[in-house]
Structure formats: C-alpha cells, structure tokens
Design a protein around this ligand. Structure first.
Ligand SMILES: [Zn+2]
Length: 130
C-alpha cells in the first residue's frame, strides 16, 4: 500500500512531495527536537522548493489542529473504550499522548500541508519536462 507515488508515502515518511526520493528534513527523526523544523530548502533530486512562499508552513498549524484531534480521539478510544480507564485517567492519557506525539503531529501536519499544494510526478514525466 505504501509505495512511492502515493500521497500517503510522502506524508508518512516526510519525503519530497514531488519525487518521493528523499526526505524534506535535515534529520528524519522528529524526536531530534532541535532539528524538528529544519528542512532542506530544495529537493536535490527534483529541485522542488519546499517553502513555496514566506511563512508557507504557518498554514500547517491549521492541519496540526485536526491531526492533534485525531490523536486525542485515538487516545480516548484506547483508554476509555478499550482499556476502560476512568474519565480522569483517560484525560491524563490524552494529555500525555498529545505531549509524546507532538513532534510527530507537527511533522505530519507539515507533510499533509505541503501535499495539498504539490503532487507527485513520475520520474519519466519529470525528465520529459526538462
Ligand atoms: Zn524531489
């Protein structure tokens, strides 16, 4: 399912939205907190500029709201409905989930956001355009 050419591939791996050949981030690990926001300026394979316009990734904050809620709902379902924790413990579980997964949520949001604007192009098509 998760193959190059699928938007999900770029979103889940943080790879270039156009060629899916390499990571947009200088450090792939989102838990390297000091480099959480550090991205390459351009893709060295297809020369896509990631920051389409100044403060482009501010828009990712709207996405992170939705992604955050998805994680919170997942934490609620697991803690309250599956494990059967009390409401207080469920609340604690949700807060902990949000904190622990914050770097992942931030990265996912950026990946989803840029994939709204840039679509995958097959290598053959790209080389024809050059
Ligand atoms: Zn690329």
């Amino acid at each position: 399912m998760l193959k190059k050419g699928n938007k999900l591939y770029s979103i889940l791996t943080g790879s270039c939205p156009k060629c899916h050949e390499e990571s947009m981030y200088t450090n792939k690990n989102p838990y390297a907190i000091s480099q959480l926001f550090k991205m390459h300026e351009r893709c060295s394979t297809c020369d896509t500029k990631y920051k389409i316009e100044p403060s482009f990734f501010y828009g990712a904050m709207y996405v992170s709201y939705a992604v955050g809620i998805a994680f919170a709902v997942a934490a609620f379902v697991i803690a309250f409905l599956i494990i059967g924790a009390s409401l207080v413990n469920t609340f604690i579980a949700i807060v902990l989930t949000m904190i622990v997964f914050m770097p992942v949520i931030i990265r996912l949001s950026r990946n989803i956001w840029i994939n709204f604007f840039i679509s995958y192009e097959k290598k053959e098509i790209r080389s024809q355009l050059e």
